[in-house]
Design a protein around this ligand. Structure first.
Ligand code: NAD
Length: 287
């Protein structure tokens, strides 16, 4: 059993930290939302809340599940000199790979190894521990934390050096956003033609247009009108932005990417901070 620091108890971090406690690990938790951390510790005998950075001084592994690179950088920079030599930091957030590489260099200078291990599968798979985890970093550090990651995910793929996981995650979410917007537009066009929206989704699911949105989001969160998948539109817009910036910096055209970035960014600004990403379904509907 390991001493694990866990920072970021939001939609994803909460069920992930829960599984780690269930597996018998000792957790030191923190969230800027103090109530979330206190509630978690109260419900888990193996967890306690970090009241000061020094409380992470005994963490062998530190997991972050935070909104973006800016927050990850701020949080981890404050722990340099506190985390013990030989600790492994695992950023499971969907962060910017370029910033991740820079941060890993800074941590390495303090004797701390860093991995990026973003996840795919959303809240449902975070709850049942079946996330897909894509890991970047040194093989020795990956093997050190593999048993911990195996508690959280079913498919764990070491995809390359530090930053590689974050790059692949952003690219995945770009493809996923493209599928979501195409699906939303297709349903609205089908309805305008007189088709039943449920039939549109069911037939696409039996055909070549099938994708994660048609299978796991269209009936569940869009046509039902619940729009509560647990993945915010703001986070999706961030991910598409990372993918487009990365591709552009590497000389790719990213023409579709730029359009999807514009749609997700504009939708997020129009629908507000609390909007779920499945609300793109109503955003792309003509007035
Ligand atoms: P969330 O907003 O629900 O959770 C983020 C948590 O971080 C919140 O509890 C917030 O209070 C906390 N936080 C923010 N700033 C902090 C700070 N300075 N110190 C400590 N805690 C701080 O987001 P989420 O949906 O859980 O996503 C977390 C990460 O996982 C993001 O990078 C996201 O892109 C990624 N992700 C989300 C999903 C999903 O379906 N929600 C799926 C895969 C990946």
């Amino acid at each position: 059993m390991r001493k694990i620091g866990f920072i970021g108890l939001g939609m994803m971090g909460l069920p992930m930290a829960h599984l780690l406690c269930e597996a018998g690990h000792e957790l030191i938790v923190q969230d800027v939302n103090a109530t979330a951390a206190e509630r978690f510790a109260a419900a888990h005998p193996g967890a306690r809340v970090a009241v000061a950075p020094a409380d992470f001084g005994a963490a062998e592994v530190l997991i972050t599940m935070l909104p973006n690179s800016a927050v990850v950088n701020e949080v981890l920079s404050s722990l340099v000199g506190i985390l013990p030599q030989g600790a492994v930091v695992v950023d499971m957030s969907s962060s910017d790979p370029v910033q991740t590489r820079e941060l890993a260099g800074k941590l390495a200078g303090a004797g701390i190894a860093m991995l990026d291990a973003p996840v795919s599968g959303g809240v449902t798979k975070a709850v049942d521990g079946s996330l897909a985890i894509m890991v970047g970093g040194a093989g020795s550090a990956v093997e050190t934390v593999r048993p911990i990651l195996a508690t959280l995910g079913r498919v764990i793929t070491h995809v390359g050096p530090i930053g590689a996981g974050h790059a692949l995650k952003a690219l995945n979410n770009y493809v996923s956003a493209a599928g979501l917007i195409a699906t939303a537009e297709a349903i609205h066009a089908g309805v305008a033609f007189g088709l039943d929206p449920n039939t549109v989704v069911d037939v696409i699911n039996a055909s070549t247009g099938k994708n994660n949105t048609t299978e796991n989001k269209a009936h569940q969160f869009m046509l039902s009108g619940t729009f509560n998948s647990g993945f915010s539109l703001a986070l999706q817009a961030k991910d598409v932005g990372i993918a487009v910036s990365l591709g552009t910096a590497l000389g790719q055209k990213m023409e579709l990417g730029r359009k999807i970035e514009e749609i997700t960014h504009d939708a997020s600004a129009a629908l507000g901070a609390g909007a779920d990403h499945t609300e793109l379904y109503r955003y792309v509907r003509p007035e």
